[in-house]
Write a protein that binds this ligand. Structure first.
Ligand code: ASP
Length: 247
């Protein structure tokens, strides 16, 4: 998905205020091992960098220049991730900014993006041996401030997994971080099952006016998704390989 320019992740990521790409990505397994990168520029596949943080370092999160240097040392291929579509969205935002318009998600930064386009990618999976995993990758909010790191890089916010469930979240990163949406949902799944936990998270999100979407899977194979936004594209694939799509 990071290689597909329609998504706001890897190639085709949103541009920040200076017209540059800074990606966030994170991954976590049911044994609590995890890795993440924030504001990464150098690698074409940020989720691979996050995985290498998990597999090859003693840390959980690397950001900025340090994350870039790590990705280079790990020989991850770099790539020009800017697409004309995202550059056009950014130019449009700058025009709005100059016109003094206010835009959702970032009212304190005059006139920002009104549309985020097709967004972030996230996955939650259960393997044959019962292992759970969640991962999230994003270019973040269009025209965000340089250096801004969102929920996609934060374990517990955009991504969380434990013995009971694995969850990936997308949407407005700041409140997702404040409410630790992924961890709250995984904890809820341990008590009430993933379906109810996702419904609960959506209810809390609506109550607080948080725009987000989540996908999750439970240790028993149950899957659930939910969103407070107008729509969220998701795909579900079960053991038999049957795939369900919905917008
Ligand atoms: N959650 C991402 C962020 O705030 C954006 C998105 O999911 O589209 O960086």
């Amino acid at each position: 998905m990071e290689d597909n320019p329609i998504f706001n992740a890897g190639l085709g990521s949103s541009l920040n205020m200076k017209g540059e790409i800074e990606c966030d990505a994170s991954i976590m397994l049911s044994d609590y091992s995890c890795g993440a990168v924030g504001a990464l520029r150098a690698a074409g596949n940020p989720i691979r960098a996050a995985r290498l943080v998990m597999d090859r370092t003693d840390h959980v999160l690397l950001v900025g220049a340090g994350a870039d240097e790590f990705a280079k040392r790990m020989n991850l291929p770099s790539a020009d991730l800017v697409t004309e579509r995202r550059a056009a969205m950014h130019r449009k935002n700058l025009e709005r900014l100059r016109a003094g318009e206010e835009v959702r998600f970032m009212p304190r930064i005059q006139g920002l993006a009104e549309e985020m386009g097709i967004g972030t990618v996230g996955a939650a999976a259960l393997d044959r041996s019962g292992g759970l995993a969640a991962a999230t990758s994003t270019g973040g909010l269009t025209s965000k401030l340089p250096g801004r790191v969102g929920d996609g890089a934060i374990i517990g916010a955009g991504t969380y997994a434990g013995p009971h469930a694995a969850v990936s979240a997308t949407g407005h990163g700041e409140p997702i971080m404040r409410h630790l949406v992924a961890k709250t949902t995984v904890d809820g799944a341990g008590e009430m099952g993933i379906r109810e936990a996702v419904d609960n998270a959506v209810e809390i999100g609506r109550h607080h006016g948080v725009g987000f979407g989540i996908v999750g899977v439970e240790a028993n194979g149950a899957m659930a998704h939910g969103f407070t936004t107008r729509a969220m594209s998701w795909v579900r694939r079960d053991e038999s390989g049957q795939t369900t799509f919905l917008d």
